[in-house]
Design a protein around this ligand. Sequence first.
Ligand SMILES: [Zn+2]
Length: 59
Amino acid sequence: MSERAAPFYCPYCGDEDLRPHEEGHGAWECAACNRAFQLKFLGLLTRGLQPNSTGGEPI
Ligand SMILES: [Zn+2]
């Protein structure tokens, strides 16, 4: 298993029959609805790391 982020369900039809797309890099294709999609890591959320930095409410 070299894939870091593997979806369990198709985000479009909800089927589990997913397989890596040939383009790679987090690309998957769904055999059920014939869609290809890509997972992309956008970055870490800062929310919660510095709870008081925004002067917000306590968690
Ligand atoms: Zn699908």
